[in-house]
Design a protein around this ligand. Structure first.
Ligand code: FOL
Length: 206
């Protein structure tokens, strides 16, 4: 079964959002998000799977995110995506979202879980299986400074999880990150509007 990738930008304390949006304005970081989630071999397309709050956090004029199948999860059976585009579809739970992703995306390449906190937590809990989808990779943009202590949404600290005293997640090299995303990525500490951050990739070890 196809692996899933989480993509997220988070502070060192795992803050990811405030007031229904992102805590920072990092245009190059968002370009990286767009490129990493869009890039696919000729004739193929990726899917981005998100919770309803994340869908609503994307400015109306930018959604559905172009050149990607957008799958939005809401448990509300009457939720209206409010778009005429067929590239956005509604699912009512993660399992059906993954089924829809395959059913609705001919030439499906990769599937990304793009948030928010509730969906990250649910996706990370899918147990590794040879036949069922599970998260084996995290594209993390670590926001190094400032702290953004005012964040009102945080992701769980799953990268620090241990089983039998052994870390579940291991950081990959920058070269591995570039090879996987398929384009050149700035390395080390980057700066935009006084915010410093770093592009990282983490892989499930066990
Ligand atoms: N992961 C990372 N690394 N950074 C993020 O900002 C991020 N944001 C979300 C999920 N994972 C992330 C959820 N929030 C857009 C806006 C908010 C958002 C996700 C995407 C958005 O407007 N994306 C456009 C913008 C491209 C651009 O400005 O160049 C896109 O086409 O992807």
């Amino acid at each position: 079964m196809s692996p899933l990738t989480i993509i997220v930008a988070a502070t060192k304390a795992n803050g990811i959002g405030i007031n229904g949006g992102l805590p920072w304005k990092l245009s190059k970081e968002l370009k990286y998000f767009a490129q990493a989630t869009t890039n696919a071999p000729e004739g193929h397309q990726n899917a981005v799977i998100m919770g309803r709050n994340t869908w609503e956090s994307i400015p109306k004029k930018f959604r559905p995110l172009p050149r990607r199948k957008n799958i939005v999860i809401s448990t509300n059976p009457h939720y209206n995506l409010d778009t005429i585009s067929t590239s956005a579809v509604l699912a009512h739970n993660l399992k059906s979202a993954l089924e829809l992703s395959h059913a609705q995306t001919p030439n499906l390449n990769r599937e990304f879980i793009i948030g928010g906190a509730t969906l990250y937590t649910e996706a990370i809990k899918l147990p590794p299986s040879p036949t069922e989808p599970y998260v084996d990779r995290v594209l993390l943009t670590r926001i190094l400074a400032p702290d953004f202590k005012e964040c009102d949404v945080s992701m769980s600290d799953f990268l620090q999880e241990e089983i039998d005293g052994k870390k579940v997640w291991a950081r990959a090299s920058h070269k591995e990150l570039e090879e996987w995303v398929g384009f050149g990525v700035a390395e080390g500490e980057l700066e935009e509007n006084g915010v410093t951050y770093e592009f990282q990739m983490w892989l499930r070890g066990v």
